[in-house]
Design a binder for this molecule. Structure first.
Ligand SMILES: [Zn+2]
Length: 257
């Protein structure tokens, strides 16, 4: 390292702001260079001199009292000051309003993006289950086999419906992981279309009515019912997927009554 470079970096070096390599290069240079060592010593002694108590300034004893009385005079309301004060209040209130609007908008978009994030995970899981040829952990068309299979694997018991009479055959179930929690995935089949139905306990109060959306060409419908969140995804057309949702909801109604 040259003297020129050392002089440029010496303050950073003394303040401990340089990385290890540069610091070592400077130390190496200081060992051999008398001029730069003197400069470094000069900066060090200047620094300790500034820290010396003799250079500190103690304010006069009555400064605080004088400041307080000056502030007191300022705060006495005269007609002019009242106007000024109202302006400040108005400005403050507009600021509060602006902050509230930003907060509300951020809240709306925040919620939307959470829903979108889950939808994204649902589609990914659906595609993965078809790709990896691992669509079911428990391949069974019997709801009384599929439902108990989840015992001990989840902290809830997913409702499993048999809709084979209506043309949606149950193919089985599997464990999945959506929105940072383990969920139940129930697999149905309509002709050659696989349907993944994801179920987990709902955190949404009040319950959400059916909401349909399309992600990456797949139809999705979500809803909540009896404390459970449901997401269904398939390449099946929306009308038939809605029919599937309708049948599920009718079956849970029937079970409740
Ligand atoms: Zn030097």
């Amino acid at each position: 390292m040259s003297c020129q470079e050392t002089r440029e970096l010496i303050h950073g070096y003394l303040d401990g702001e340089l990385d290890l390599v540069k610091s070592m290069e400077i130390e190496e240079h200081l060992k051999d260079c008398h001029v730069c060592t003197q400069t470094s010593k000069g900066i060090r002694s200047l620094r300790s001199a500034i820290g010396d108590t003799a250079l500190r300034f103690e304010p006069p004893a009555n400064l605080e009292r004088r400041l307080r009385s000056a502030l007191h005079r300022e705060s006495e309301p005269g007609p002019k000051r009242m106007i000024l004060r109202w302006r400040w209040i108005a400005a403050g209130m507009s600021l509060v309003a602006a902050v509230f609007v930003i907060w509300a908008v951020a809240g709306i978009f925040g919620r939307q993006s959470t829903g979108d994030l889950v939808a994204q995970e649902i589609v990914s899981s659906h595609v993965r289950s078809l790709m990896a040829d691992h669509i079911t952990d428990v391949p069974s068309s019997d709801q009384h086999t599929v439902k108990p299979w989840f015992n001990g694997k989840l902290d809830f018991s997913p409702p499993v419906k048999d809709l084979s009479q209506q043309g949606f055959s149950l193919n089985g179930g599997r464990l999945d992981y959506i929105g940072n929690r383990p969920v139940a995935a129930l697999v149905y089949q309509r002709r050659q279309h696989s349907i993944n139905l994801f179920v987990w306990p709902s955190t949404e109060v009040p319950s959400v009515n059916e909401k349909a959306s399309v992600h990456q060409g797949y139809n999705l419908i979500r809803w909540t019912n009896a404390g459970m969140t449901y997401w269904v995804v398939s390449d099946l057309n929306l009308a038939e997927l809605q029919q599937f949702v309708q049948l599920l909801q009718e079956q849970s109604q029937a079970r409740l009554s």
